[in-house]
Design a binder for this molecule. Sequence first.
Ligand code: ZN
Length: 253
Amino acid sequence: MSLTDPHYLILQTDQVSLGPDFFWPRALVSPPDLAPGIPLGMEEGRPVIALWGQDWWPGPWTRLREVFPQLPPHRWKLIARALPLLNWRRTHRFCGVCGQPMQDTEEPLSLWCPSCGHTEWVRITPAVIVLITRGDEVLLGHNRNHAPGVFSLLAGYIEPGESAEEAVHREVWEEARIRLRHLRFLESQPWPFPDNLMLAFRAEWAEGRAQPDGQEILELGWFSRDHLPTLPGRGSLARRLLETWQRGELGPS
Ligand SMILES: [Zn+2]
């Protein structure tokens, strides 16, 4: 093994294959031609290459949501960059304009069509999430995609033509039939399932009786700090915001 040999980070949809030292050494990996690597810079003096391992890598595989809370932030950052890039490349192998195969460019964020000259840039999908309070209570919803009994903050995708703030107001009206006031931005976090950028807000309830839409949100409720239901897993932005609020450290709204 030479010092310039890459080590591999092997991923698929929502899973990572954890190697002997987090990465897999070159000696143990023979990626097929159809799994082109994405360079992720240097780690511990050696180049890191991300690979999409579905259909050829035997594993073992671990669900990312399970390892996320244990990973140091710099490892998680690598995964959060690699997954959207890998996903995007495998779903953009052909030109959306003329249908011919796309080619690599000099950097991993774009692909180029030699047939018609179209350049395609990697996409991230912005979404909003909002912590809504009414006095000492927080509004939480049970989404149809949540595990039974799990409640979380309301969230949704930003639509074309919307500001992030408009998206919060629309989503909350659609999902809960309430109006907000004092909406303000808190922080953001990449969430690579597959390519989201979560923009977190907080707001106060202004008017309306919270009613679930029955489509996406099946149950809604106002919960006090001392009686929170089962929350989403550690590592999620929703969980972190709720714990910060529960400790009284989110500040006044
Ligand atoms: Zn083309």
